[in-house]
Each structure stands twice: as structure tokens, then as C-alpha cells.
Design a protein around this ligand. Structure first.
Ligand code: TA6
Length: 303
């Protein structure tokens, strides 16, 4: 693994991007430019935090109980779920949401955008372990552009001779004032698989509000979503392309307590997941020699 010092020499950007080795031994990219601060763990290409300087409170939530450890997922931020979403279709021993978020990724490029935002591109590192679960010739890259907005581009390139099918998500946790004081708009009228207590197909009626565990996979929608936060007096805009599913999730009390890393006693009340996904009816066939990109762009608007 490349050390933080080697990364600083090759990819650091004075005054805005540096790399450090965490106590866990994992390497973390720290971004601090004129527009925002962010941090990203190279394992999993896992963006952990993002806070525009115009916002008094982070926009991306990270559990106060989040732990960095080799091979383990981090609670919060924007986990990369790939090359499947949820449970593997046939192998129950394979990790939920795929392996991408718990394996090393290499930095392949960094730079500064014309508007001063900081750009970082990482590539998933293949191994015997990944090939055992995903025997296809391909690359997975994540580009993150950190500024007043946060843009993430997850690109899968099929470098083999056979098509393959992926499920994927940018499974982002957003910081809110309280789960009981937010609404999610943009999915009105959409069909969704309600995952609480089984899997039932329903239709969204009006804005989404929360009064219990909520785990919904909205399908066939490219819609922009908005988290309307009465407590923090802001809106978070979630625009996307290359994604036809959106997942909205809060674990609520019982599931949060079982998970144990949501930030006791009720850290779960300060987050909601609005995930840009391709899953279930919307998995993606990537033909040989082609590429597919899922893109999100987040912005926060104070009210
Ligand atoms: O995206 C919602 C979901 O699939 C929930 O069912 C819950 O499992 C959540 O993801 C967190 O999954 P994780 O594997 O990160 O604990």
C-alpha cells in the first residue's frame, strides 16, 4: 500500500489536499479549500465528511461511533456499494452491498477545478478475493469533486469480452436536525419496494416523512430529491444521473440499537440516507467494451 508520505509527494496539493495515516493504519485524504472541507478514506474510496464553508453544520453525516478498520465498512459518509446492492443474488456468504467499500482503492489522479474545487480520482484494487466474488474483467473508478457542491462519479468499465450486470449505490448519509422534522420530496407518485417487514410494492403519496423504520427502494426514477430540514433551516439537493433507483432509509430506534455504531444514544435521529442507486428492477447491463457512470451532485441551501 502506498504510504501517506508517498501520496503527498505524488498527489498532494499544497493548501488544499493532503494524506495522513489514521491510527487504524488506513490512509485518509483531507481536503480543505476555499469552498469546503472533506475527508475520504482510501479503503472503499469512502467519502466520510463534507462541509461547505457556507454551512455551519456538516452536510454528510458520520457516526460518532464510526470506526476505521481494515476490511470493515465505515458507518456514515458515502459508502460505495458495488458491484451489487443489498444481499448478493445467490451467495449469502458474500458481503451485503458488495465488496467495494471494504477493499483498497488507489489514488490515480488529483487536481484543482477551474472554480477552485478539489478533484480526486481513485480506482478499486482487484485481488484474488475480489475476483473470487466478481470474475469479470473491469475497472471501477470514483471521482470526487469537493467544493461548494459535492460531485461524485462512479464509473464501471467493462474491459472484457462478455457483458455483465451490476447493482450499485452511493449510499450517502445526510446530516439533519432531527428525523421527525424533515421531509424528502421529489419521489411523489413513484413506485417503491418497501423493505420493512418483507418486500411490498407500493406507490409514494406526497412527500416522505418519518415516524418509524423506513427502508424503501424507489424504482424507475431519475428525479432530483430534496431533504427539507425545518430544524437546521436548510434544504439539501440531491441531483443524479445514470441512476434509476433511489433508496430512502432510516433504521429507527430498534434497528439502530442493534447496529450499535449509529452514535449512542440516538445519533440515528440526526441522519437520513437518500441513496442514488441502480438495484432490483434497475440493475445495469454493462456491455463488453463499454462504460457506465452513476453521478450525484449534492448542494445545501440555507433557508
Ligand atoms: O440502503 C438501506 C440498507 O440496505 C438498509 O437495509 C440497511 O441494511 C442499510 O442499507 C445499512 O447497511 P449496512 O450494510 O451498511 O449496515
Amino acid at each position: 500500500m502506498t504510504t501517506a508520505q508517498q501520496l503527498n509527494t505524488q498527489f498532494g496539493i499544497k493548501g488544499q489536499l493532503s494524506f495522513r495515516e489514521d491510527a487504524s493504519g488506513l490512509v485518509v485524504a483531507e481536503i480543505n479549500n476555499a469552498q469546503a472541507t472533506a475527508s475520504l478514506c482510501l479503503q472503499g474510496a469512502h467519502l466520510m465528511t463534507w462541509q461547505p464553508k457556507s454551512q455551519a453544520v456538516p452536510v454528510v453525516w458520520l457516526s460518532r461511533d464510526a470506526k476505521l478498520a481494515a476490511g470493515k465498512s465505515i458507518r456514515g459518509g458515502a459508502p460505495v456499494c458495488w458491484p451489487w446492492f443489498g444481499a448478493h443474488a445467490s451467495e449469502s456468504s458474500f458481503p451485503g452491498h458488495g465488496f467495494a467499500r471494504t477493499v483498497p482503492w488507489n489514488v490515480i489522479e488529483t487536481g484543482t477545478e477551474p472554480d477552485g474545487a478539489t478533484r480526486l480520482t481513485l480506482r478499486l484494487v482487484e485481488s484474488e478475493k475480489t475476483r473470487a466474488q466478481w470474475p469479470h474483467s473491469c475497472t471501477a473508478d470514483l471521482t470526487v469533486i469537493v467544493g461548494e457542491t459535492l460531485r461524485m462519479e462512479l464509473t464501471t468499465e467493462n474491459t472484457g469480452k462478455e457483458a455483465f450486470v451490476i447493482g450499485e449505490a452511493l449510499h450517502t448519509y445526510f446530516q439533519i436536525g432531527d428525523i421527525g422534522a424533515v421531509r424528502v420530496t421529489g419521489l411523489e407518485g413513484c413506485d417503491y419496494w418497501d423493505k420493512v417487514g418483507g418486500s411490498t410494492l407500493r406507490k409514494q403519496d406526497g412527500a416522505i416523512t418519518f415516524s418509524g423504520e423506513t427502508d424503501r427502494v424507489y424504482i424507475d426514477t431519475a428525479a432530483e430529491c430534496v431533504i427539507e430540514d425545518d430544524r437546521l433551516k436548510r434544504r439539501i439537493h440531491i441531483a443524479k444521473s445514470g441512476s434509476l433507483s433511489t433508496v430512502v432509509w432510516t433504521p429507527w430506534t430498534e434497528k439502530a440499537n442493534k447496529m450499535g455504531d449509529m452514535g449512542q444514544p440516538d445519533g440515528w435521529r440526526e441522519m437520513v440516507c437518500v441513496e442514488s442507486v441502480n438495484a432490483i428492477d434497475n440493475v445495469v447491463t454493462v456491455a463488453a467494451g463499454t462504460r457506465h457512470t452513476l453521478i450525484v451532485e449534492y448542494s445545501a441551501e440555507s433557508l
